[in-house]
Design a protein around this ligand. Structure first.
Ligand code: ZN
Length: 206
């Protein structure tokens, strides 16, 4: 009987990180593997999942994590929400990935041209109030926005705000008792990244 995928040892955080980098490189070179459905793979996955990374990304249709990291079924545990913001439910999904699935790598993935971050800038700079539930989401982004130089071109302001929003989400995750405990153990890694929708390149933040 074939060994179940779920019984394979998990990669280390650094190995998982390299897999994402390699996957994005394949995607950029146009060498992504088409996600073919093989009955054997599905049967194995039916026994359980063992994703190597957890991604908190934006709902934007131009940023599908499996495609940009050239990942297959069962490889990525993904939470998508506009503006890659945190809330209690999203924290719950991430906690599940950490404590039950033990994914060694967590990525907060923002992207260029993010509409949610743009909307938050409009509130911050011009007091724009969006429709009530959208504003509720935007309010999660506001505390992490820096005061940007208004003389900067709008595109440069948005670029900085996108990166600041990723770092804000990272900081909130790190400040949870669980986040601190996991980091202290040293087995899990938390990184920020920005996907450039113009080029298809994922830029990991230093
Ligand atoms: Zn977005």
């Amino acid at each position: 009987m074939a060994t179940l995928k779920t019984h394979l040892p998990l990669p280390t955080a650094d190995e998982a990180f390299q897999r994402l980098i390699d996957g994005n490189q394949r995607f950029l070179r146009g060498e992504a593997r088409f996600p073919t459905v093989q009955k054997e793979i599905l049967a194995n996955l039916a026994q359980g999942q063992q994703p190597y990374a957890t991604i908190l990304g934006c709902s934007d249709s131009r940023v599908p994590p499996e495609l940009i990291f050239d990942a297959g079924f069962g490889e990525l545990f993904i939470v998508r929400v506009a503006g890659n913001v945190l809330s209690a439910e999203i924290m719950g999904s991430l906690q599940y990935a950490g404590s039950h699935l033990h994914t060694p790598l967590f990525v907060v993935l923002g992207h260029s041209g993010c509409g949610a971050v743009q909307a938050a800038l409009e509130t911050q700079q011009h007091g724009v109030q969006h429709r009530v539930r959208i504003q509720f989401l935007i309010n999660n982004i506001l505390p992490g926005l820096p005061n940007l130089d208004p003389r900067l071109p709008p595109s440069a302001q948005l670029e900085r705000a996108v990166e600041a929003n990723v770092r804000w989400t990272l900081r909130q995750l790190l400040e949870t008792p669980e986040g601190q405990a996991r980091m202290a153990e040293g087995r899990m890694k938390l990184v920020g990244a920005v996907y450039e929708i113009e080029s298809g390149c994922v830029r990991f933040l230093p």
